[in-house]
Design a protein around this ligand. Sequence first.
Ligand code: GTP
Length: 253
Amino acid sequence: MDRTAGPKRRGPAGGLSSNSRSLSANSLTAGGASPKPSPASSRRRRQPPRPADYKLQVIIIGSRGVGKTSLMERFTDDTFSEACKSTVGVDFKIKTVELRGKKIRLQIWDTAGQERFNSITSAYYRSAKGIVLVYDITKKETFEDVPKWMKMIDKYASEDAELLLVGNKLDCEVDRTISRQQGEKFALQVTGMRFCEASAKDNYNVSEIFLKLVDDILNKMHDVPRHELSNSILSLQPEPEIPPELRPHVRCC
Ligand SMILES: Nc1nc2c(ncn2[C@@H]2O[C@H](COP(=O)(O)OP(=O)(O)OP(=O)(O)O)[C@@H](O)[C@H]2O)c(=O)[nH]1
C-alpha cells in the first residue's frame, strides 16, 4: 500500500465534548437515615453504566523522546512529567469520550520509539483505526525519521486507518528546527493525512488530536448517519498563520 499518491481524502469537521472515565453518579450510595433505600435510588444504584457505542484503537508512533507518552498521558489523565522514561515495547491507556451522542471507548496504544522494539510495536498497527505520527519540532532527526515511520504504516497498518502527523513541543518555539510549513508539506504528500502542532507540556491541541481522529474514524463508519456528523466543528486553539498556498489543501485538526 502506498499512501503517498492519489487524491486527498475528504476531511470532516467535528464538534464534540469529552469526558474522562470517571465514577458514575450511579455508583454513589444513597444517604439519609433510612437503611432501606427508596425504590428510585435503589433503581439508580443498580443501573450499570451505559455501554460504549464504539470501541476504537488508536496508536501513537514516532521516534524516541518526541513526546508520545506525554501526549497520551496529557489526554487521558491531564498530567505531564518532565522526566524522560522510555517506553518499553507498548503501553496503553483507555479514555471514554462522548461525541455527538455516541459513547466511544478509546484505547490508546503508546509505542516505544526505539527501533529495537519495532518487531513488537508493528503487531499493534493492524487493529488501529487511527495513527498519530509524532515528531519533535526542535529535533530535526525526528522529522527526518517520519518517512521511515510512514514505511511502517504502509507495511503494517490498515489502509483505512486515519493518519495524523503531529509536531510536538510547540512550547519550545525558540528551539524550533522544523517549521510548521515543513510539517504541512509532508502531510500534503500523504493521502488523507492531517497535520497539527501541539504541546503536551502546555496542553495545546492535545485533546483536539484525539477527538479529531475519533471524529474522522466515525465519519468512515457506515452506521453513523451522515447528518449526525455533518455539523461538527472542532474548536481549535488559534494556530500560527498558514501560507495562502497551503490553506485549501491541508487537513488540519
Ligand atoms: N518542552 C516539552 N517537553 C516535552 C513535551 N512532550 C514531551 N516532553 C518531554 O520529552 C521527553 C520525552 O517524552 P516522552 O513522552 O517520554 O517521549 P516518547 O516519545 O514517549 O519517548 P519513547 O518512549 O522513548 O519513545 C520527556 O522529558 C518529556 O517531559 C512537550 O510538549 N514540551
